[in-house]
Design a protein around this ligand. Structure first.
Ligand code: TGC
Ligand code: FAD
Length: 395
C-alpha cells in the first residue's frame, strides 16, 4: 500500500466538543495505526489473514475494553473515547475494528456486566492486554436475525453442564482462547457460558473464501457434548436481553467506526481528484466530481454530529437501543455509499490495492449485515415510532 497520507476532516468544528484527552487518544491511535497497521493491512487482506502481531499493540493503546475499569485491567475511559478508538481503527480497516469491538463489547462487556467477581478477575485483565482473545457466539446457521430461536442448548449434568449445538459467522473464532456462548437451558431460557479452547468436544472451524473482512478471522463454534464447568455460567443476567445488551455496546462502536471508513474513502478521493489530470484539468475541477465530494462531506458531517450526540447520551447512560440502531444503520449505509462513489472518482485505480477504497467497500458489505442488518435496524426504528412490531407476522 502507498504511504498513508490520511488526515481527518472536521467541517463543522466537532473537535471543539472533544476534551484534550479525547484528542490525545485520537492522535495516539491514529499514529499507531499509521505506523503499525497501514503498511501491512492491504497485504494481509489480500492473503485473507488476520495480522496477529498487532494484538499486543491494540492492547497497549487501550483498544480492548476502553471503558472497562482499571481494577479489571482496562483503561477506564468514557464512551466517546471508545468511539474515537473504533473510528481510528476502522479508518484503516473494518476487520481491525471488528477484532477490537468484539473483544471489548461482546466478550469483556458481558463478563464485566453479567459475570461473577471470580470471572471478572480471571478473564478481564488478560483480555485487556490481548494475552487472551475472545469471541461471541450468538448467530446460528438457521438463526441470524432471529437469535431468540437458537437451538444451542445445555443440560445440567451434576457437577457440570453438557453443551451441544453450533454457532456460525463468528468473528475471531479460529484464534480465540475463549468464547462467550449463548445457549438455552432445559427450560428454554437463554444464558451466557464461557467456553475455553481445549475443552473436549469444542472445535472452531475457519470460514474460507470471504470477499469481505478478509483481514479478520471468521469461523464456526461447534459443541459436541462439551462439559462446561458450572462456574463458567454468567450468573447475573439471562434471557435474550442479555446478548442484546452486548449488541447495544458493539453497535454503538460500529456507528463511530463506520465514519472512519467513510472518512478514509473521502480523504483519498479528495486528494486523488486534485492530483489526477484529465482533459488538462484536475478532475476536482469538474462539477460532477465536486457534487460527489460535496455530498460525501455533507453526509460525513451529519453522521459525525449524530454520533457525537449519541456518545454524550451514552456517557450519561441515556442512549436507547433504538437511538443506537438509527446511528448504526445510518452511518454504515452512508459509509458504503461513499465507498462506492469514491471508487468511481478513483477510476480504474479504485479497484486496486494501491488505494483502500475497494477494501473498505467490501468490508462494509459485512458491517451492513452484522450486528443487525440494515433492514432489521429500520424495523427497530419503525417499531419505536409506531409501537407495532413488524418483525413477526401475526399468525
Ligand atoms: P424482543 O421480544 O424484542 O426482545 C426480547 C427480550 O430482550 C429485551 N431487549 C433488550 N434488552 C437489552 N438490550 C436490548 N437492546 C434489547 N432489545 C430487546 C426485550 O425487552 C425482551 O425482554 P423480555 O424480558 O421481555 O424477554 O426480541 P425479538 O425476538 O422480537 O427480536 C428483536 C430483534 C429482531 C430486534 C433482535 O432479535 C435483533 O436485534 N436481531 C438482530 C440479531 C443481531 O444483531 N445479531 C448480531 C450477532 S453478533 C454480531 O453480529 C457480531 S459482528 C461483530 C464484529 O465482527 O464486529
Ligand atoms: P438472515 O437473518 O437470514 O437475513 C437475510 C435477509 O433477510 C436480510 O436482508 C434481513 O434483513 C432479512 N430479514 C430477516 N428477517 C426479517 C424480517 N423480520 N423482516 C424483514 N427482513 C428480514 N454473529 C455472531 O453471533 N458473532 C459474531 O462474531 C459475528 N460475526 C460476523 C462476522 C461476519 C463477517 C458476518 C458476515 C457476520 C457475523 N455474525 C456474527 C453474524 C451476523 O450477526 C448475522 O449475519 C446477521 O445477524 C444476519 O443474520 P443472517 O446472515 O442469518 O441473515
Amino acid at each position: 500500500m502507498a504511504t498513508d497520507r490520511y488526515q481527518g476532516h472536521d467541517y463543522y468544528g466537532l473537535d471543539d466538543m472533544f476534551t484534550e484527552e479525547h484528542l490525545l487518544i485520537r492522535d495516539t491511535v491514529r499514529n499507531w495505526v499509521k505506523k503499525e497497521v497501514s503498511p501491512i493491512i492491504e497485504d494481509y487482506a489480500q492473503r485473507a489473514e488476520f495480522p496477529r502481531q498487532i494484538v499486543k499493540g491494540l492492547g497497549e493503546i487501550g483498544a480492548f475494553g476502553p471503558y472497562i475499569p482499571e481494577e479489571y485491567g482496562g483503561p477506564g475511559l468514557d464512551q466517546i473515547s471508545y468511539g474515537i478508538i473504533m473510528q481510528e481503527l476502522e479508518r484503516c480497516d473494518s476487520g481491525v475494528r471488528s477484532a477490537a469491538s468484539v473483544q471489548s463489547s461482546l466478550v469483556m462487556y458481558p463478563i464485566w456486566q453479567y459475570g461473577s467477581e471470580e470471572q471478572k478477575q480471571k478473564y478481564l485483565p488478560g483480555l485487556a492486554t490481548g494475552e487472551l482473545i475472545g469471541c461471541f457466539g450468538l448467530t446460528e446457521p438457521d438463526h441470524g436475525s432471529n437469535p431468540g430461536g437458537m437451538l444451542t442448548n445445555f443440560k445440567d449434568a451434576g457437577d457440570h453442564y453438557l453443551l451441544n449445538g453450533a454457532k456460525m459467522w463468528i468473528t475471531n473464532s479460529p484464534i480465540a482462547d475463549l468464547a462467550v456462548v449463548w445457549a438455552k437451558n432445559e427450560e428454554g431460557r437463554i444464558h451466557g457460558l464461557i467456553v475455553t479452547r481445549g475443552m473436549e468436544g469444542f472445535t472452531t472451524p475457519k470460514t474460507h473464501d470471504k470477499w469481505s473482512l478478509r483481514a479478520s478471522e471468521t469461523g464456526e463454534l461447534v459443541f459436541n457434548n462439551v462439559k462446561v464447568p458450572k462456574e463458567n455460567l454468567l450468573p447475573n443476567k439471562s434471557g435474550l436481553g442479555a446478548p442484546l445488551g452486548c449488541l447495544d455496546s458493539a453497535r454503538y462502536g460500529i456507528a463511530w467506526g463506520a465514519i472512519g471508513a467513510a472518512l478514509d474513502c473521502y480523504d483519498s478521493a479528495l486528494r486523488y481528484s486534485q492530483e489526477r489530470i484529465q482533459f488538462d484539468q484536475p478532475i476536482a475541477s469538474y462539477q460532477l466530481v465536486q457534487k460527489k465530494l460535496a455530498e460525501m462531506i455533507t453526509e460525513i458531517t451529519k453522521a459525525q454530529w449524530l454520533t457525537w450526540r449519541l456518545g454524550v447520551l451514552k456517557n450519561e447512560g441515556r442512549a436507547t437501543t433504538q437511538q443506537i440502531s438509527m446511528a448504526k444503520r445510518n452511518n454504515v449505509q452512508m459509509a458504503l455509499q461513499i465507498a462506492r462513489e469514491a471508487r468511481q472518482i478513483h477510476g480504474a485505480m479504485g479497484i486496486t490495492g494501491e488505494y483502500p477504497i475497494m477494501r473498505h467497500m467490501m468490508n462494509l458489505e459485512s458491517v451492513v449485515t452484522y450486528e443487525g442488518t440494515h433492514d432489521i435496524h429500520l424495523l427497530i426504528t419503525g417499531m419505536d415510532i409506531t409501537g407495532i412490531s413488524a418483525f413477526k407476522k401475526s399468525k
